[in-house]
Design a protein around this ligand. Sequence first.
Ligand SMILES: [Ca+2]
Ligand SMILES: [Ca+2]
Ligand SMILES: [Ca+2]
Ligand SMILES: [Ca+2]
Length: 370
Amino acid sequence: MLAKQMNMRFAAQLLFLVLGASGGLFVAGYTHVYVDSTPPITGWVKDYIPPFWRQDNSFQMSTSQICAEWNNFYDSESYITSYRVGVGTTPGANDTVEFERHSSNTKWSCMYAALQHNVTYFSTVVAVNLLNLSSSLTSNGILVDSTPPVAGIIIDTNSASGVQDENYTGQQASIYARWKDFDDPESGIKDFSLDVIINGRTTLSKTKISAHAGDFADHTSSLRHNDFVVVELHAHNRAGGTTSVRSNGIRVDHTLPVMLEIKPANGTTTQQRRDVLDFVWKFKDPESGIDEFRVTVMKQYSLYKTRIWPASRYGSAIFVNERPRPSTVEHQLHLQNLTLQRGASYFVRVLALNGARLGITRESTKVKIL
Ligand SMILES: [Ca+2]
Ligand SMILES: [Ca+2]
Ligand SMILES: [Ca+2]
Ligand SMILES: [Ca+2]
């Protein structure tokens, strides 16, 4: 018993040993007498990024500073007199920041260091008690990611294929965005935020869009003719880095295409031939251009109208593939090998769609078969 006590480490400013009548050992006399054979109990050490207390971080962007926060270290027999804090590239090591002494009431430290991109650093806190016994605890590490996310692409169009961008919209209230290929190889994408910018002014901001999301829609805007809408996506990585990419913009066109002419190609209202029909039409849209025609050829006999061409009730689609879309498009339709009915009249019905997908339907004058 005595031998064991002798192995303990004592600290006292003054110590009286009194040998009692029974031979027992008494410790008497003075305050601040500590008998402590155990090192401090460790609490926790977190990889800290100011000013977010009590959060352990897995990634940081800074390559010049590393911070640790610690707490709940204690010593029940004596007390903690100081901490030593160092940083290394393996747990417990100090190959990055040498151990440095901190007072016992210090709870965090930010240390200057030359940190490498894509390397994990560990902060170690050594608690020292009055008897100079120490315990250490190391953080679970923080990876330095100094590079912002890799930029992907974003379009301001509700395109089913995900990549087909449009330059015009006929929407009154709806704004769309689609994006892909944003990534961060080191820390990953944490989330996105997005701004809607109309005529250079941010009108809507959305934050905390899931990292897995690839599209956005808003139906609360009040779009006016000729407004220019841009969506800007901000990709945030887990280290706090951000990469922002803007769409190339979409202009609002609220005015319909205009019909310039639509008529039988020969300009007459009667014809002898029963096997051919020819029509010509011309539409324009000065803003978004002409995108598509949908064409049906109709027969009228007495009061009845029926479609004779094509088979589909939706008409035959004629796409304008030229980009940018021409503002004025003329088209001629020649049908042959027909069996037209004498006394009946024929005409063409054309739905013209502009680049904003707004359409008007117009019919030609009729040509009567004699
Ligand atoms: Ca950590
Ligand atoms: Ca990165
Ligand atoms: Ca666009
Ligand atoms: Ca227009």
